[in-house]
Write a protein that binds this ligand. Sequence first.
Ligand SMILES: Nc1nc2c(ncn2[C@@H]2O[C@H](COP(=O)(O)OP(=O)(O)OP(=O)(O)O)[C@@H](O)[C@H]2O)c(=O)[nH]1
Ligand SMILES: [Mg+2]
Length: 394
Amino acid sequence: MSSNIGAEAQAAYNKYLDAKTIDVKIRCLEEFLSLVPKHKATEKIVALNKTRLAKLRREQENIKERAKAGKKTSPFSIKREGIQVILVSDYHMPGVGKTSILNLLTGAAKNKIGRFTPVPEIGIYEEQKIKIQLVDMPSIMIGASNGVGNGKEILSQIRSCDCVVICVDLSRNVDDQISMIENELNESNIRLNITPHPILIEKTGSNKIQVFYLTKEAKKIKDLSELSEKIKDIVYASGIRNGTVKIYGKVTLDQIVDALNPSIVYKKVLILGTKGDLPHTQESFEDLKEHYSGNYPVILGSSAKKREFSPEFGKIVLDFLKKIKVFTCHKGVIAEKPLILDSKMSIRDVAIKIHRSFYEKFDHAIVTREGTYRKKCGLDYKVEDNDIIELFTI
Ligand SMILES: Nc1nc2c(ncn2[C@@H]2O[C@H](COP(=O)(O)OP(=O)(O)OP(=O)(O)O)[C@@H](O)[C@H]2O)c(=O)[nH]1
Ligand SMILES: [Mg+2]
């Protein structure tokens, strides 16, 4: 470097050459440029280092932008509200009609019908004070379970929802559509309409794997000792050396494999036939019900074009999910919005759900049930659909 720049500027420049990060390089170059005397002999070196500085600042800006973009929440991570119901379908042109259904029920996504939906569209559907968050997911492509077409993001949302609606276009081959979706969900460890298997596997301190059959039904299984040996081998292969396997009903070895896999989730799924206004869709709908009602207890038909859709959708979903709605009451005023609970829940669950302090300071509850008198109840009292509940604390 030129000897015209002075010792201080030279030191700053040396620091710049040694700097490891963009931020430090920028600081050193700024210092250098402020120290270097500006005259003809240093003209070139100043210009050269101004260019370097500008380039470094651009790089710094890009890094900041990228960091910001990384922090942006993905459109696939959805904030839950009410009961979350996800509409899925296979990928096809034209689409199955999910966005049309979302729009029919919620008015959301009006201008998005007939165009591929690349990210989830969300609407809130309310019926009889039941709030359902409807999510219109991008359609599922073959290979979604391996990540094709944002498959990982779509399937990870499905894992956490309350209910899945498989939408099938009744004017196309229904079996192809359902088997593709079943396959991709199954590959992603999402089990459809199966109650969790009657198996409990726990690690213990004892130095062996023991299998117990704990119900009459479980004890009736043929060749119990042979089955136990197979179960022990499977459990051992999973890495568990000491543990108990408790069986509460009929089981298959596949179910033992599932019970050992913590990433398996069980989802309630219903089927919705779409485009019921097109020719031959009525026959197709009847076939659908005949062949699939064993695995899918709820199969509905619809036509977004004719604005036909079950007026009881909210109640159907609630019944299917075995949920009930109760209303809290304070000094005789009944809350507008219901509390959604799992059926068989008690006053204890209501108190905890409202606020833990209601549980900790609980004295008694007054429950008003349709067709019965008002009743004073304790924490264990089982609540029912449409109960009106007033909690009293000490
Ligand atoms: N005849 C008839 N056509 C419908 C009905 N519902 C939707 N369509 C048409 O089907 C096409 C696709 O509808 P969309 O609602 O965009 O389908 P989608 O499932 O959201 O499609 P993707 O986002 O691409 O997966 C559009 O041209 C709609 O007008 C219906 O009930 N009857
Ligand atoms: Mg769509």
